[in-house]
Design a protein around this ligand. Structure first.
Ligand code: HEC
Length: 462
């Protein structure tokens, strides 16, 4: 079976948080549509047409309070008028740059649009801008703050619930660039007696304040990525800290563990997710899951114990559309030829490569015509931008413009309109990094010291 043709790119998030400043070209809100955003002042107050409770609170509740609430992942709440006033200027800066809500791929329509995009609409940004310009009027406080929308949950017969081990104490100070971050991998066995299709998933952090992202790799324990089998490599990693569950893994699933793919990516605020269009990713009998949890300790006391992370898989024996995730990184693959090097001191060091879909390592050979349904971009902390294009029958289609890359916010982006391709069509990937902080050239590496230009490509058969 194609899964035995195995390769081997591991995805390896590293440490450190990066705040990429957006390049500010938030698509010019063609100010035409001043719509009826403002409905407030029938109370006859002297306030401008926009007021907090009438116009701004619903936007914060819908788009921000999933994270900016008591117990949420964000470092401050935006759940009251006082909060919003105190943060008014940074809020405006962040939403105009579209760095908040976090969603790093450009969704303005110039290069695809994506499902569940977190971008605010132009009119919503305009509403908040006018509220700030009007000196943050309060409006009718009796309206109160709306509840944030419920995040969807998984339920049903196909759902299998698992948890990572309890009682891990995330460590501060492990990483020079990211003193408050810890990346830990946990082995979770979904006990798959037969091949199954993953059609949906849900991640439930035990303490939402600590969990910044979760990546779940599927791993074949019998497969050998080098000197040892994955099973032995994982046992050795786990045994290195006998008193604690899991192992450190800024390197994908950990040193020497070869992964098949990353079917699950999760960032805070994401509820239950189903792959679009009835697609399912096959998990082979006996495969195990390595769950990488990125903890951030900014909001908890040092030494706090992280409760278990819940993982729910929605599995099916069969699916409408078979899907497959495969990873490629031409920058990393240059190590096998002539290693590419990024010069130090360059605000826009670049590397690009192209592959046909069929050339992507570990790509299934079972499909001929596919829809590309999603992409997972991955660089390390020097990354600023990743551009993906598809050449289809000689015509170029813009695939994804990740123009505000932020290592902290990694996720798969699903296309609103999947991209129909043949396996012989080409994907072109261009990465840009800022190496101004470096004195030596930066090469490809799975570790924090180097960089990556990886794309996870999710295809569904057509
Ligand atoms: C998915 C979770 C999430 C959502 C949704 C979200 N934020 Fe944030 N926000 C964060 C986190 C976490 C930080 C801390 C910085 C970081 O980790 O990026 C932050 C930081 C900020 C900051 C500080 C400056 C900055 O850019 O880092 C502002 C301002 C902000 N958010 C405003 C908003 C507003 C306004 C919304 C809604 C329109 C929003 N955020 C939605 C998680 C979120």
């Amino acid at each position: 079976m194609s899964f035995s043709r195995i390769l081997v790119l591991t995805l390896m998030p590293t440490a450190a948080c990066l705040s990429v400043s957006a390049n500010g070209e938030s698509d010019d809100d063609d100010d035409g549509d001043e719509s009826a955003a403002a409905s407030s002042s029938d109370d006859g107050s002297a306030h401008a047409e926009v007021a907090f409770y009438e116009d701004v609170a619903p936007l914060l509740a819908a788009h921000c309070n999933g994270c900016h609430r008591e117990g949420g992942v964000a470092p401050f709440t935006l759940t009251s008028y006082a909060d919003a006033v105190a943060w008014a200027a940074p809020i405006l800066t962040a939403i105009e740059a579209r760095t908040m809500p976090p969603f790093t791929v450009n969704n303005d329509g110039s290069c695809q649009t994506f499902t569940d995009a977190r971008w605010l609409a132009d009119e919503e940004i305009d509403t908040i801008a006018r509220w700030v310009a009007a000196a943050t009027p309060e409006g009718d406080a009796s309206l109160g703050m709306p509840e944030p929308p419920e995040t969807p949950k998984l339920s049903g017969p196909g759902v299998r619930n698992m948890v990572t081990p309890e009682l891990y104490v995330p460590k501060a100070g492990l990483l020079p660039d990211a003193a408050l971050d810890d990346y830990r991998c946990f082995l979770v066995d979904p006990e798959l007696a037969s091949d199954q299709y993953l059609v949906g998933f849900e991640i439930v952090p035990g303490d939402a304040r600590m969990v910044h992202h979760v990546l779940v790799f599927n791993v074949d324990p019998a497969r050998s990525g080098g000197a040892t089998t994955n099973a032995d490599a994982m046992t050795a990693l786990d045994d290195a800290s006998p008193d604690e569950p899991g192992w450190p893994c800024f390197g994908s699933a950990g040193e020497g563990v070869w992964v098949e793919g990353v079917p699950i990516t999760w960032a805070p605020g994401t509820g239950a997710t189903r792959f679009p269009g009835g697609a399912g990713v096959r998990l082979d009998a006996g495969q195990q899951l390595v769950v990488q949890v990125h903890y951030n300790l900014a909001q908890v006391e040092a030494g706090s114990t992280a409760p278990a992370t819940g993982i729910a898989l929605e599995l099916a024996d069969d699916v409408e559309r078979r899907a497959h995730v495969a990873l490629v990184d031409g920058f990393l693959l240059s190590l096998f030829k002539e290693p590419a090097m990024l010069p130090p001191g360059d605000p826009a060091a670049a590397f690009s490569y192209e592959v046909t879909l069929a050339q992507i390592p570990n790509m299934t050979t079972e499909f001929e015509n596919v829809d590309v349904i999603g992409v997972l971009p991955h660089m390390h902390t020097r990354g600023t931008r990743m551009k993906i294009d598809f050449d289809i029958d000689g015509k170029t289609e813009c695939g994804a413009d990740v123009d505000r890359w932020d290592f902290d916010w990694q996720q798969t982006f699903f296309f609103e309109d999947p991209i129909a391709m043949k396996m012989t069509d080409t994907m072109r990937v261009g990465c840009e990094w800022n190496t101004e902080g470096e004195t030596e050239p930066v090469g490809p590496s799975l570790g924090t010291e180097g960089e990556m230009c990886l794309v996870g490509v999710m295809v569904a058969e057509r």
